[in-house]
Design a protein around this ligand. Structure first.
Ligand code: ATP
Length: 143
């Protein structure tokens, strides 16, 4: 059968395991497509939309944060800090996270704290984008 085995693991939960027809991973170089019998490789995953098609099922779209994807012998392992289905994303929580991260970025803190805030901002903005709440992202100066 023309499938590969996909295993999506978040740091706090196993998320999905099963045969899949295709996968699109958000990477540093943009969207990276994976089909059955892809050559072995490892890529860095960045916050974005991960899309996969389980065998015989509709396309699934989920928000992922940083991590990596490993393809080995027709098995794909996606290891990420967090993953959420669109319906599980709490838009208000993401908006609060964006505000907190922007506040932290404006304060002159250490480079380490700056990066932590930048990562929090990236994750929260990605969640909001997937939720389709782009108005908040566009209207930031009107607040
Ligand atoms: P927060 O600002 O809320 O602390 P965070 O980005 O720091 O968010 P993570 O460490 O990325 O939090 O994720 C912690 C857990 O909370 C994960 O299980 C993640 O899926 C979940 N999570 C984080 N933000 C949201 C959200 N807006 N809606 C739904 N689940 C969320």
């Amino acid at each position: 059968m023309n499938t590969f085995e996909l295993n999506i693991l978040a740091s706090d939960k196993p998320f999905f395991k099963g045969p899949c027809e295709s996968l699109i991973v958000p990477s540093l170089d943009g969207k990276y497509g994976i089909l059955p019998h892809h050559s072995n490789m490892i890529i860095a995953v960045v916050p974005g939309k991960l899309v996969y098609v389980p065998l015989g099922q509709p396309k699934q779209e989920v928000a992922v944060s940083h991590g990596l994807a490993k393809v080995e012998n027709n098995e794909v392992l996606v290891l990420v800090d967090s993953v959420e289905r669109v319906e599980d994303i709490d838009a208000q929580r993401a908006i609060q996270a964006i505000k907190a991260a922007r506040e932290a970025l404006m304060q002159k803190r250490s480079i380490r704290e700056y990066r932590i805030a930048q990562d929090q901002l990236d994750r929260a903005m990605n969640r909001l984008r997937l939720k389709g709440k782009t108005d908040f992202l566009k209207d930031r100066d009107k607040e």
